[in-house]
Write a protein of this length. Structure first.
Lengths: 338, 288
């Protein structure tokens, strides 16, 4: 079901978490709210879930499936929520954790015991947790706990699924696996999902669309391609990965400008081939990884990072202390200073 | 290498034995010996004297009052302790720290003073002294004994629960709300199971103190034999009358009550374990 949050503001005692935010999520999409900590992304998620209330404003609305759910209690919203630290019921088995949302339903709406068992078994299968059904959360690994949390949220057949930093507490390898698994799960059960993360790589990999937030505002919304290749603001450029900053002049009247270039859009040459090449010395070479990362410093001691293929690195035979020229291959990103 | 490691090993054993010895000596001297002496003194004049002493109507009435007081106190403390801990641990509200300090007050104030406060409040010339004109007797009567006992014991449960509930946070409760549980379901299915051990421990401590409380109760009871004497007060009266064997006999009754409390706790613990066992068995079946 589509989510439409309109004019959502939220201030706490000493800071403003959200400033008149509008969020729209199409039915069946997986959207990532991406931003640094304190940007308001988790607050927005909690307001949609009903765990926090927005600042009172008659224009504020949270519309799910065409209905404003702002006045409904969280228990009546049918919103699945996966908490950052899982928040599993520690004294219940995996099975009972998943069954909880069904068991607490009012008698009239509660499925029968065999029906509950059937639904939980289904979810255990889906999350590959069948073997652990009688284990307690403390006996599970982080990745397993996360899957229990997900299965528990899905058990109530939510109209939307909200995930708060779902992979935040896991190590890199498990994160990778779970991301891919979540993508596959979403393809199988296309429930409208909003995922909060501060990890740009995760957002770019998992999401259909990315909403980039900063200081309580939405900076840009778009597909991963759009936000990465056409960033709308300086913040988006710098947040979506490492960039090099150059100061320069722009336009006919020579307005001061800040130029951002990603490390892979730079090249190193021994002999300058253009007047725009920058003189720099090599500080450090890091070649363990898919790309070779070369850190340099200009004469003004500004840092520059260049990424190149291993082939290119072999051709250049670089070593620390070499004095070289850095050439901008591609300036995709160009933001005038204001 | 081998020599030095063996040397260190003997040193550690020596230290360990010393600590074990000190602990045993301490427990033996200060805890075990007094308990044994209570029972030896109680039976000094033989079993029949012991039985007469404890079946004396005055002793029985003291026992009855002690049990009633402990029972009412337990219920009051359970309600108050749970409510206060829930409030303090799961919510942030103005006056939270004040409430937290107030809960500690009975620990900080001498029980005698606590008793005096109730005399000042409910005594004939106290703030609520007019109550006695309407036939509601608080001081020098059972209600006063109960009030004073509740006052000195109410921190026990809350003090056990608050740190635990704060450490556990409100995450699980939030998850339960999100999954559609109502307030009672959250308490019954999520909060209570998570705190049950601390709760049982707090209840045992509060109960032991309620049955043994002397100072505060002594001030408010008026020592009316057969009416407002609890077991500890009755022991003191017998002792002051040089009726040592009877005093120790009644004291042994108090010690037995403490034992009953401990046994009840152990029974409760094992019952909870039994409840959990089937799932463990199912677990093994799945694994095998």
């Amino acid at each position: 079901m589509a989510i439409d949050a309109r004019h959502v503001s939220k201030s706490f005692a000493n800071y403003v978490a959200l400033r008149d935010v509008d969020l729209h999520v199409e039915e069946g999409q997986l959207v990532a709210l991406l931003g640094p900590s304190g940007s308001g992304k988790t607050t927005l998620l909690r307001i949609i879930a009903g765990l926090d209330g927005p600042d009172p404003n008659p224009d504020t609305a949270v519309i799910v499936d065409g209905q404003d759910i702002l006045d409904r209690r969280p228990s009546e919203r049918r919103v699945g929520f996966v908490f950052q630290h899982y928040a599993l019921f520690r004294h219940m088995t995996v099975f009972e954790n998943i069954a909880f949302g069904l068991r607490v339903r009012p008698r009239k709406l509660r499925p029968s015991e065999p029906e509950i068992r059937r639904r939980v078994d289904e979810l255990l299968e889906l999350t590959q947790l069948g073997r652990w059904r009688f284990h307690y959360p403390s006996q599970l690994s982080g990745g397993q706990r996360q899957r229990v949390a997900l299965a528990r949220a899905l058990a109530i057949e939510p109209s939307v699924l909200l995930l708060d930093e779902p992979f935040g507490a896991l190590d890199a390898k498990v994160r990778q696996e779970l991301r891919r698994w979540l993508r596959a799960l979403h393809a199988k059960i296309p429930v409208t999902s909003v995922l909060v993360t501060h990890d740009q790589e995760e957002a770019l990999e998992v999401a259909d669309r990315i909403v980039i937030m900063n200081q309580g505002r939405i900076e840009q919304t778009g597909t991963p391609d759009e936000v990465f290749h056409n960033p709308a603001s300086e913040f988006v450029v710098t947040f979506l990965g490492h960039v090099n900053l150059f100061h320069g002049r722009h336009g006919a009247n020579g307005q001061a400008a800040r130029v951002f270039v990603r490390p892979h859009e730079l090249d190193i040459e021994r002999v300058p081939t253009s007047s725009e090449s920058v003189f720099a010395s090599v500080l450090r070479i890091q070649s363990a990884g898919p790309l070779v990362r070369v850190e340099l410093a200009t004469e003004q001691n500004d840092p520059i990072t260049v990424e190149m293929t291993h082939d290119r690195h072999r051709d250049l035979t670089l070593k620390a202390g070499d004095r070289v020229y850095v050439k901008v291959r591609d300036v995709r990103v160009f933001v005038a200073a204001n | 290498m081998a020599i030095s490691s063996r040397h260190r090993h003997t040193e550690e054993t020596w230290m360990r034995n010393l600590f074990i010895g000190v602990s045993i000596a301490f427990i033996g001297l200060l805890i075990l010996l007094p308990v044994i002496s209570v029972f030896t003194e109680a039976f000094r004049k033989g079993i029949s004297f012991y039985l007469t002493s404890i079946s004396d109507p005055l002793a029985m009435s003291a026992l009855r009052l002690t049990l009633i007081t402990a029972g009412v106190t337990l219920v009051a403390n359970l309600i108050f302790g749970l409510a206060a801990s829930w409030l303090i641990a799961k919510f942030n509200f103005p006056g939270r720290n004040l409430l937290l300090s107030l809960i500690d007050l009975p620990f900080a104030v001498s029980p005698v003073i606590s008793g005096l406060v109730f005399v000042l409040l409910f005594g004939a010339r106290g703030w609520f002294g007019a109550l006695s004109n309407h036939g509601i007797q608080i001081i020098f009567a059972t209600p006063g004994v109960i009030l004073a006992t509740i006052f000195v014991t109410f921190p026990f449960i809350a003090r056990e629960l608050i740190p635990l509930m704060q450490e556990q946070g409100a995450d699980e409760e939030e998850a339960a709300v999100q999954l559609g549980a109502n307030g009672w379901q959250i308490f019954r299915r999520v909060t209570l199971p998570n705190i049950r051990w601390a709760l049982i421990y707090g209840v045992v401590l509060a109960n032991a103190r309620a049955m043994g409380e002397f100072g505060a109760v002594s001030v408010v009871s008026g020592h009316i034999r057969g009416r407002t004497n609890t077991l500890p007060l009755h022991v003191e009266i017998l002792y002051n009358e040089y009726n040592f064997s009877a005093a120790f006999a009644v004291a042994s009754l108090l010690a037995l009550l403490a034992l009953v409390t401990l046994v009840a706790k152990a029974a409760l613990e094992s019952r909870i374990r039994v409840e959990e066992r089937p799932t463990l068995m199912e677990m093994e079946q799945v694994e095998s």
